[in-house]
Design a protein. Structure first.
Length: 224
């Protein structure tokens, strides 16, 4: 069981994310903190913690303060930033301090579940063997680690729109660019750019859809 510490100064957010975790197999809430100081104490005194969902803005300190302090004290606990902060410098600093993911609020359950599933695979791989790793095992671990990391979007793509497109494909199972455009109220060209980005990232599979006259249409299928 993966033990998760929730850190956020908003009680509603703690309740929401706690409910999300309760719906995911293999995870349990190990505790909640509403401030930076309490989070630092909890992380350093609870060695059984596996993962911290960390807000970046709290009344008594920032998430960056928490990360710097626990890393300086030798804690290697995995941390996911879950925050409304979108500043590029903040993202860079948190990544430099070893966060495995950076989620921007508000987070939908679909996105939350997807990132936690990726983390579960990463967690399993890191603890699968205590002995020396083969090159194949190291490659698999690095792949899992990259899957949990923040994906830098190409210029012109927005994270919130990408989440909408991702949810649409996941919910429907498969969509063409024209179907996604109609469903989400955007241009076909824009929808295709987001779908191609998901295909390049390995999140969807591109295939030809035949039917009717003319050239086949590209279909984007969700990869579970």
């Amino acid at each position: 069981m993966i033990r998760v510490l929730l850190v956020d100064d908003d009680p509603l957010t703690l309740e929401l994310h706690g409910g999300f975790i309760g719906r995911l197999p293999g995870f349990e809430v190990a505790g909640e903190c509403t401030g930076a100081h309490a989070a630092i104490e909890a992380i350093l005194t609870r060695p059984a913690l596996d993962l911290v969902l960390l807000d970046m803005t709290m009344p008594d300190g920032s998430g960056l303060d928490v990360l710097r302090h626990i890393r300086a004290r030798g804690s290697a606990v995995d941390v996911m930033a879950v925050t409304g902060v979108r500043d590029a410098e903040a993202v860079r600093q948190t990544v430099g301090l070893g966060v495995v993911q950076y989620l921007v609020k508000p987070v939908t359950f679909a996105v939350f579940a997807d990132r936690m599933s990726q983390y579960r695979d990463f967690h399993r791989r890191t603890r699968a063997s205590s002995g020396p790793s083969t090159q194949e095992e190291i490659d698999a671990l690095l792949t899992a680690s990259r899957a949990t990391g923040t994906i830098r979007l190409p210029k012109g793509l927005a994270a919130d729109t990408l989440d909408r497109v991702t949810r649409a494909v996941r919910d429907r199972g498969a969509l063409s660019a024209s179907e996604a455009a109609e469903l989400l109220g955007m241009s076909r060209v824009a929808a295709r750019r987001y779908l191609e980005h998901l295909a390049a990232a390995g999140r969807v599979e591109r295939a030809a859809r035949y039917g009717g006259q003319g050239r086949p249409e590209a279909e984007y299928r969700w990869r579970p």
